[in-house]
Design a protein around this ligand. Structure first.
Ligand code: HEC
Length: 190
């Protein structure tokens, strides 16, 4: 071994020796150490951005923005009619009377002939278990509440029929059924 090489070897050797075993000082390469520190700094900055503390708008705002973009691109997700359209349909007498036919045929055993409620809740009061906004009523009818015995009408009725019966349910709000069931759920102002 050449002399210079021997010296280099000696420099790299650490001072201590355990039972005659010595070790080299083998630092990680510079590029590795820099990358390591860069990831730590990045993580710090990213946390600030991600949590909405620093410059970024935060994940909730980012989510809302993505959802708004999605809604704009797909006005009626999952085949549900938009609330604006449903509210317009409630003013259409023909729509509501068609809805009444759907109701009489399918809903009376559980909700009563006047919507006062039997097994299912009273649909004429202002208390709602699954939300009283028109699109929520539309969604409840479409998806049902299988665990509680409310069928998934989206699988049985046509989308138009669901919209019709939604307008009918909307129209009986505030009426006085013969045998009203006590309100269930949360009161929703209309
Ligand atoms: C087999 C019985 C049954 C039939 C038939 C039925 N429902 Fe229901 N419905 C229920 C039950 C039970 C609930 C309550 C679900 C719960 O407690 O979560 C319910 C809940 C609802 C709700 C939500 C009420 C709320 O407070 O949020 C609406 C709206 C509704 N039904 C509309 C309809 C319409 C419209 C039809 C006919 C197309 C219909 N239901 C037919 C049993 C039925």
């Amino acid at each position: 071994m050449a002399d210079t090489e021997k010296k280099k070897e000696k420099d790299r050797l650490l001072e201590h020796s355990y039972d005659g075993i010595q070790e080299y000082d083998n630092p990680m390469p510079r590029w590795w150490v820099l990358t390591f520190w860069a990831t730590i700094i990045f993580a710090g900055l990213y946390t600030l951005n991600f949590a909405g503390i620093g410059t970024g708008s935060g994940r909730i705002a980012a989510y809302e923005k993505e959802m708004a973009a999605f809604r704009a691109a797909h006005p009626s997700p999952a085949g549900l009619t938009s609330p604006e359209k449903l509210l317009a349909l409630t003013k259409d007498g023909h729509e509501v009377s068609e809805g009444k036919k759907v109701f009489v045929k399918n809903c009376v055993p559980c909700h009563g002939p006047d919507g006062g409620g039997v097994i299912g809740p009273n649909l004429t009061d202002n208390a709602w278990i699954h939300g009283g906004k028109i699109q929520e009523i539309n969604a409840t009818i479409t998806n049902g509440v299988l665990a509680k015995g409310m069928p998934q009408w989206g699988k049985i009725l046509k989308p138009e029929e669901i919209d019709e019966v939604t307008t009918f349910v909307w129209s009986i709000y505030g009426t006085t059924p013969a045998k009203p069931k006590a309100p269930e759920g949360v009161v929703v102002a209309r």
